[in-house]
Design a protein around this ligand. Structure first.
Ligand SMILES: [Fe+2]
Ligand SMILES: [Fe+2]
Length: 135
């Protein structure tokens, strides 16, 4: 079973953003499957690098959209994005931990990280963009 089963309630109904969120979920699922299949550290770290790169792209895109549509919550969301990016970067640096434990914790952290991000900020942003006629 995938770590993240995509549910309808995760959609903010703005296609471009939903597609990016699904892509992030796919990478997290790939990470979890690779972990369960005992793939090498190198392999797992490569997936995490991909995830970091995709999430930077995603946050930048959301921030551009917020500026474009003059979203009033921009500052708060930008701050939240920066916190999330830092958390993501820091989790890669954790040392002195049993390898298996470390990667398992990372997998669950990532799942919560993505879902929290959507529920905390993006659903509100989606509503706002809908009112502005974005689809
Ligand atoms: Fe997002
Ligand atoms: Fe966001």
């Amino acid at each position: 079973m995938p770590l993240i089963d995509w549910l309808d309630k995760y959609n903010i109904n703005i296609k471009e953003i939903d597609d990016q969120h699904k892509r992030l979920a796919e990478i997290i699922n790939k990470f979890y499957e690779s972990l369960q299949a005992n793939k090498s550290d190198k392999n797992l770290n490569k997936i995490l690098d991909d995830l970091l790169a995709e999430s930077v792209l995603h946050f930048t895109r959301e921030e551009t959209i917020m500026i474009l549509y003059k979203y009033p919550g921009y500052d708060a969301v930008k701050e939240e994005h920066d916190i999330l990016s830092n958390e993501l970067t820091n989790i890669f640096r954790r040392e002195n931990e049993n390898k298996e434990d470390k990667f398992t914790k990372i997998a669950f952290f990532l799942r919560d990280w993505l879902i929290d991000h959507i529920f905390k900020d993006d659903l509100k942003l989606g509503k706002y963009l809908k009112e502005k006629g974005v689809t």
